[in-house]
Design a protein around this ligand. Sequence first.
Ligand SMILES: [Fe+2]
Ligand SMILES: [Fe+2]
Length: 324
Amino acid sequence: MRPPVCLQAIAFLILQGCCGSDPEYFDELVRDDHDGTIEGPVVQQIRDAHPSDVDRCDAACEQLVDDTEEAGGEVISCYASAFSGVDPWDPSNTRVTISCTTERTERVAMAPTCGRRPRGHRTPTAAIATKDDWFAQVAHLERASVVAFEQLAAALTEHDAPPTLVARCLAAAADEVAHTRMIESLARREGTRVPPVVTDAPRTSLFATALHNATEGCVNEAFAAILAGHQARIAPSNLRGTFARIATDECGHGQLGWDVHAWIIEQLTPRERTAVDAALRHALAQLPRLAAQQAAQTPADLGWPTPTRATAMAQRFVAMVASA
Ligand SMILES: [Fe+2]
Ligand SMILES: [Fe+2]
């Protein structure tokens, strides 16, 4: 059966000329609303330090959020009032109520999706602040991918899929064992703990397998292969060999996802096919946004694309898959 998507060609085209100088990090804008009261000498200090009521309100707002987790944001709207009904900044007033909104930048906390996750996988919630954290998360995901391919091989066997597809799943599981070892050794160099893989009992219907493969295989793992290709080109030289090996294998795994999709879709009822197509389209539509979030969270010096570049790569990937 001719595969509907040739991932190797897509990866080649997306990575062509991809690895010049990267722009700076992009952070997500977050708005916070604040309500509170300032009183006594603080009111007087602010009144004396700022000539306009607008600046006074902004300063009062900054004072309110100074000790909170949202500190450091820029005031974008502010309203001041006084209980007594007088002008809040009148020299006779000593108590001002503030309602304001600030805008700040924040890195989005989201686990990386560096491959195929098993059905029922529970993503670890640990924050990723350092390269060691990142290696620990990725080692966890590589380990999870072993389970994912074992599950897929079992489901395909149960539903009489072509033996070549089953054999490729088992070979992919073996690749993931090797990836796990490679990334775990990087994670453990600094004593980082790799979160264990926890999965709920998987469903084994062909329809459930098709849905899962569409999102995890055709989208997540296929795009992860392209990201690994990017890392293989611009990561620090001591990491490039690891990422090059992973990129080559992941490209094969992503292609396997599409080949399984091509077979499995023919086995489904028309209604199931429609549902799988919808799930695939939904996952593709989400990919550029998720790619940007993931890139924003990935520490520097790992060869990962910037959020802007990751978004562009994901958009190209989506367009090429759609036109295949
Ligand atoms: Fe992998
Ligand atoms: Fe993989």
